[in-house]
Structures are given as C-alpha cells and as structure tokens.
Design a protein around this ligand. Structure first.
Ligand code: FE2
Length: 230
C-alpha cells in the first residue's frame, strides 16, 4: 500500500483517538523487530510493518463516544468496539486491497489461541501466523501504556506484562509467539521502543516508514542512538 495512503488513514484514526499515535508507532517497531528476529526477508517485513500500522483502521468507524470513553465499556459498547476488526477488513477490501497478510492481520488481531477471541473465534493454528504473533505485541503494548481506563503505569510495567504473557502462553496466546517476543525483550531488543515512544512524544510520519533504520544493527537498539532517516 502507498505510504501516503497509510499516513492518511492513520491520521484520520489519530484524530479520533489521541491515545493511538504513539501506540501505533510502538507496535509497528515491535513488529519490525520481531520479524527481523524471526529472519523474515525485507519484502515480508515491509508488508508486516504496514499491516501493523493499519491494524486498528476499523476504529475509524467506531463512534467517538465509545472510542474516547474514559471509563469501562458496557457489554453493548464493547460489542460495537469489537466490530473494528470486521469494519477495517471491509474498508480495505472496498479500497481494492488484496494483500492477504494485511487483510488477515486487520481482521484477526483479536483472535485468541484458545478460540475465545473475535471476530471469528478462530483457534490455534487456524489463526494466521501474522495476527497470532501480532496479538502478543498488541497486548504487551496495551499492558505497558496509559489508556483511558488506566491513567498510571509503574516502572515495572514491562516486567509485569512479560509475566502476564508467560501466564497466558498456550491458552490466550500462541506459545511460540510469546517465546520469541520474550526472548527479544530479554536480549534488550525492545526496551528502547518502549522508552522512546511514550504517549506524549511527537511521532514520525508513516511516509518515513520505508526509510526507518533497521534494528538489525545492534547500535540502533538503544534510545540514544535511535534516529529516523528522513
Ligand atoms: Fe484492535
């Protein structure tokens, strides 16, 4: 997909949901780091990072009063929120998008290994591998960032999030995905993203994504040396 279109769609989403900007960038960078750690080729990594950027694009169609609600959602509101997976998938299809990796990640990123997720209640290996890995990333970021319903996070949030992923490995999450993510975190390959892209920092534009420094070079795996090549 054209980076300008990605930027425009994410821009619309950010205008509706102010907590999204840094979240989206973090999951894009976690996705890239994980894909590189898994040894995927550049073309696949490129497609995956765009899919990560657009994973919640269906939230454009969720009413503001639900998206921006400061308190917990009612069951009825949660049902509407869940439709962002299907709405995003439909929106991309209507645009003529045909990359199965992008389409499946948008539709299935809330499926759970034990079949308790949504929208299609897929289970285990029936969940495509992209969203299976991405759900671990998305959950880790949700557990380590400020949300409308959780104003404060402690300094040990990342450790607690890793513990929670371990607890739910093999039930809610694919064990292989948790293992890869945890290994990368333990090797220090992810902390710089969490530290750098906090919820108040200015975030780059998606048109820069193609020239984003690779994290393959360990010299980039620190906050100090991280830069965007414009
Ligand atoms: Fe989502």
């Amino acid at each position: 997909m054209d980076p300008e279109i990605v930027q425009a769609m994410v821009g619309v989403l950010e205008a509706k949901d102010f907590s999204t900007a840094a979240h989206t960038w973090r999951v894009v960078l976690y996705t890239r780091a994980l894909a590189e750690a898994a040894g995927l080729d550049d073309a696949l990594i490129h497609r995956l990072t765009y899919a990560a950027a657009l994973h919640d694009v269906g939230k454009i169609d969720v009413p503001d009063e639900i998206l921006q609600k400061p308190g917990p959602l009612t069951p009825g509101e949660f049902e509407v929120m869940q439709t962002h997976t299907i709405r995003g998938h439909e929106r991309l299809l209507a645009m003529g998008e045909d990359d199965p990796l992008l389409l499946s990640l948008v539709r299935h990123h809330h499926e759970r290994w034990d079949g308790t997720g949504y929208p299609d209640r897929l289970r285990g290996d029936n969940i495509p591998i992209g969203p299976r890995f991405f759900s671990v990333i998305d959950s880790f970021d949700a557990l380590t960032s400020v949300r409308p319903y959780r104003a404060e996070i402690g300094p040990d949030a990342a450790e607690r999030a890793i513990d929670e992923l371990a607890t739910l490995s093999g039930t809610k999450y694919c064990a292989q995905a948790v293992a890869l993510f945890t290994n990368l975190y333990r090797r220090g390959g992810l902390g710089w993203i969490l530290d750098h892209f906090n919820d108040t920092c200015p975030v780059p534009e998606y048109t820069q994504l193609g020239s984003l420094h690779s994290t393959r070079d360990p010299s980039h795996a620190t906050k100090e040396k991280y830069t965007l090549k414009l």
